[in-house]
Ligand binder design. Structure first.
Ligand code: PAF
Length: 254
């Protein structure tokens, strides 16, 4: 079983005593096969692997969404144990935010587009916690899924801008056989919504124009926030009931 560390200073001490490379996978827990793809890649490319599990309050737009986020630490640790992960970092809110949220990382361009427009403050919270986690982890490489494409680009940008001594590795999205991208939020879909959610990836990969994709999604019962082509990707965000889903695929012709 992985050894669980909850204190940042204790992990830094442990890291200093470790020889070789460290692959780091930051998560908010409630782990699924998408996370396992990150973990397996980290294991294949490094001497040691650290996975963090921390539900970061500053990246949620609504308190209710933060409260509703499933905490499954015991199960997550068991899953990671089966993947041969050695270390889990599971801090509490107080040890991650000793400054009482007074220091924040603020990106002013990319974070204002698409997701940023619909989730004000989300990327500020995400970048802040990722910078903290990277400073604590002391990793050689950090692994992010392409599913949260804008997040991945922002973390790469932050690593470059702040000269962080870590390689940011992008891992392709893991999908169900139906094409639906794996997400912790899928567990909140009813069976009927789950079946409908397949339309997201199907329409993203179709020849239909972005406006037409949004119209078809709305007609099927989604509330679409955006369908857009940016950064060589076609991206979507849409609500199904009270569950917000995002996905992206390589744009046609890119
Ligand atoms: O992608 C996530 O799960 C979170 O945004 C992350 C990177 C763990 C930061 O809280």
């Amino acid at each position: 079983m992985p050894s669980i560390v909850s204190d940042p200073a204790a992990w830094r001490k442990q890291r200093a005593a470790l020889e070789g490379t460290l692959g780091f996978v930051p998560t908010m827990g409630n782990l699924h096969e998408g996370h396992m793809a990150l973990v397996r890649r980290a294991r294949a490319e490094n001497d040691h692997v650290l996975v963090s599990i921390f539900v970061n309050p500053t990246q949620f737009n609504q308190r209710a969404d933060y409260d509703a986020y499933l905490r499954t630490l015991e199960n997550d640790v068991a899953l990671l144990g089966r993947e041969g992960v050695e270390f889990v970092f599971a801090p509490d809110e107080k040890s991650m935010y000793p400054d009482n949220y007074e220091m924040q990382v603020n990106e002013t361009v990319l974070s204002q587009q698409l997701e940023g427009k619909f989730r004000p403050g989300h990327f500020q919270g995400m970048l802040t916690v990722v910078l903290k986690l990277l400073n604590i982890a002391g990793a050689t490489r950090v692994y992010f899924g392409e599913k949260d494409y804008q997040q991945l680009m922002l973390v790469k940008k932050m690593a470059e801008a702040f000269f962080l001594p870590v390689e940011v590795v992008a891992v392709p999205t893991v999908r169900e056989d139906s094409g639906l991208a794996l997400s912790s939020r899928n567990g909140r879909l009813t069976p009927a919504q789950h079946e409908k959610a397949v339309l997201l990836s199907q329409l993203l990969q179709s020849a239909a124009a972005n406006d037409a994709v949004a119209q078809k999604l709305d007609a099927a019962g989604f509330k679409t926030e955006y369908v857009a082509t940016e950064w060589g990707r076609r991206l979507v965000a849409a609500w199904l009931g009270d569950v917000r889903l995002i996905d992206n695929v390589q744009a046609k012709g890119e």
